[in-house]
Write a protein that binds this ligand. Structure first.
Ligand SMILES: [Zn+2]
Length: 244
């Protein structure tokens, strides 16, 4: 069986037979990969915690006809432990993993930008970004991951006619903010500070994020959640656990 190496973030695991697991990975070079880890559920397993969700691992895999098999795993960054220390971090991180899997739907289609974005967001989540909490790290990740997937939201110019903003109407189905002429029924009207914050979360302007008020943060999280839900067919299970 041909072997290959790659690095990956573990997204999810599920049981296979008596002692094995199927590990869902977002790899750097091979996109989404589902691979078997043999004996991982035995107490004497040589894998330890290396194949737990959130862990950034360096892997060797053997190609199989349906599923590949993990033959070696070395921890690059043990995000799992740090993420698990704090409930808000954990719930935000869980949404990230689920979103990554949903946005990179095709297996073995390279998705290097999604991999880098996820690894970077987990690093920021664990380190704690000055002046922001897990919710802002999550919202920024979601906006960027959606953008990489081809659903970039517009928070400056009108999403329909391009008229320069700021604009006060927002509609997820229209792709962002709308001017008074283009506004459609069912649009929400977030506060001006909220739209500024959303734009900062998308571009990674962390100074503006750090200066934002709790009210704008809450409203921005609501807008991001609505935008994400619009672009994923079903809502995310894990989103229900994030404090909004
Ligand atoms: Zn317009």
């Amino acid at each position: 069986m041909p072997l290959y190496r790659d690095e990956a973030v573990v997204l999810r695991t599920h049981k296979l037979g008596e002692a094995d697991r199927i590990i869902t990975l977002l790899t750097r070079q091979h996109g989404l990969v589902r691979a078997v880890a043999r004996g991982v559920r035995r107490t004497s397993s040589r894998w330890g915690a290396r194949l737990e969700p959130f862990t950034h691992v360096d892997l060797q895999l053997a190609e199989g006809r349906s599923l590949d098999t993990i033959t070696q795993a070395e921890t690059v960054t043990p995000f799992a432990q740090k993420v698990g220390e704090d409930y808000d971090r954990y719930t935000a991180g869980t949404v990230m993993l689920e979103t990554a899997e949903r946005l990179v739907a095709e297996e073995k289609e390279p998705a290097v930008q999604q991999f880098l974005l996820l690894a970077g967001a987990l690093r920021a989540l664990v380190a704690g970004r000055e002046g922001s909490d897990p919710a802002q790290v999550l919202d920024s990740y979601l906006l960027r991951a959606l953008s990489v997937a081809g659903y970039a939201p517009c928070f400056d110019g009108c999403a329909r006619c391009g008229l320069e903003g700021p604009h006060r109407w927002f509609n997820p189905g229209m792709g962002g903010v709308l001017c008074a002429t283009c506004r459609v029924p069912g649009s929400s009207s977030p506060a001006a500070e909220t739209v500024t914050l959303l734009s900062a979360l998308l571009t990674g302007d962390w100074a503006t994020v750090a200066a934002s008020e709790p009210r704008a943060r809450r409203e921005a999280s609501g807008v991001v959640g609505a935008y994400l839900a619009w672009h994923l067919e079903r809502g995310l299970r894990s989103m229900a656990y994030v404090e909004r």
